[in-house]
Design a protein around this ligand. Structure first.
Ligand code: PEP
Ligand code: MN
Length: 346
């Protein structure tokens, strides 16, 4: 008999009021037929992925079990994050700012936190121009070990001060699984960088804490590999994941990376998770940021994230791609116009 292990599974969605006994009964029943039960206990509901012999699993009347809301067969290798499992868009709450399901998020700020003055100048300008989430990193994964690596906890403290001062939540990267607890204690949204997309230890740690996660696409990852990485986070119980397309490595050398804009509609077809675009790290040049951002809105992205620096020529990280605060204000006007066009298509 052909093994169906891992190819196809059934997802059993427990009702909001299901009891721990209801959950235990489903797990026991699955185990009794030799199937694996992958339990993901989210903030709002528990879902159980059943993997094993398809016929044995599907024969049982799961929807008749106490506390079970529905049972959904999923064909994709990624299960919980697939559209088959959840038809409605996931809306992620980032410190009170909603992302996804029609909620568009402009995210902006410096690539790295360098000083209070630099961070505050950038944060003040982007907040005034309409950004809803601040970006800024305290830990920087660098291509060269001799480049500036970030201010670590001091950087997170400054970001928390900027959040209080300008009233906007912030996103920061966690590079090492050992830093997850620290970053999670400050940030509203934790980012996984492109170089760490397949760091499964880091993904699992992020799945076990309760701050939402922004998952950047790996430089050489297919969309399927990227969604599987999101599954690692979701499976551990953290259902708040935002995908971020940031360009992939191709033969093209005129841009830092090639922005794969088709990833936006493809991810929307395959998954219920929100997806945003990073025009700064993909294009790698200031002059490309407006066109790539407008394209992201036109493709249906749920937001974008750009590097904004008050003096890019002095930036310790990624100066060439950072736009000035005044350029960000112009960009926001273009984004609003693009969003109005998109609205007219609904
Ligand atoms: C970043 O957003 O600052 C960053 C390091 O991006 P990436 O991981 O996509 O290179
Ligand atoms: Mn950067």
């Amino acid at each position: 008999m052909k093994s169906t292990r891992g190819d196809e599974s059934l997802i059993i969605v427990m009702a909001g009021n299901a009891t721990p006994e209801d959950v235990a009964q489903v797990i026991e029943r699955l185990e009794s037929i030799g199937a694996e039960a992958h339990v993901s206990e989210g903030k709002h509901r528990t879902v159980i992925g059943a993997v094993g012999d398809r016929n044995a699993i599907q024969q049982l009347p799961w929807e008749a079990f106490s506390g079970v809301e529905r049972a959904v067969p999923v064909l994709k290798p990624f299960k919980f994050v697939s559209r088959d499992f959840q038809v409605e868009d996931t809306v992620v709450d980032v410190g009170g700012v909603l992302v996804g399901g029609g909620n568009f998020a402009p995210i902006a700020g410096p690539c790295a936190v360098e000083s209070r003055d630099q961070l505050f100048a950038s944060a003040e300008a982007v907040a005034k121009a309409g950004a809803t989430i601040l970006r800024g990193d305290a830990f920087k994964p660098r291509t060269s070990p001799y480049s500036f690596q970030g201010l670590a906890e001091k950087g997170l403290e400054l970001l928390a001060e900027a959040r209080a001062e300008f009233g906007m939540p912030f996103v920061a990267e966690a590079v090492d699984p050992r830093d997850v607890e620290l970053v999670s204690s400050y940030a509203d949204l934790i980012r996984v960088g492109t170089r760490n997309m397949a760091n499964f230890t880091l993904l699992s740690e992020l799945g076990k804490q309760d701050k939402p996660v922004m998952l950047k696409r790996g430089l050489t990852a297919t969309i399927e590999e990227w969604l599987n990485a999101a599954e690692y986070i979701y499976k551990e119980g953290n259902h708040d994941v935002i995908m971020c397309e940031r360009g992939i490595r191709t033969f093209e050398t005129s841009t830092r990376n090639t922005l794969d804009i088709s990833a936006v509609p493809v991810v929307k077809e395959l998954s219920h998770l929100p997806i945003i675009v990073d025009p700064s790290h993909s294009g790698g040049r200031r002059s490309l940021v407006p066109a790539l951002t407008r394209t992201a809105v036109a493709a249906g992205a749920d937001g974008f994230m750009v590097d904004v620096h008050p003096a890019p020529e002095t930036a310790l990280v990624d100066g060439p791609q950072a736009i000035l605060p005044s350029e960000f204000a112009d960009l926001m006007i273009q984004v609003q116009a693009m969003l109005a066009v998109m609205e007219s298509f609904r």
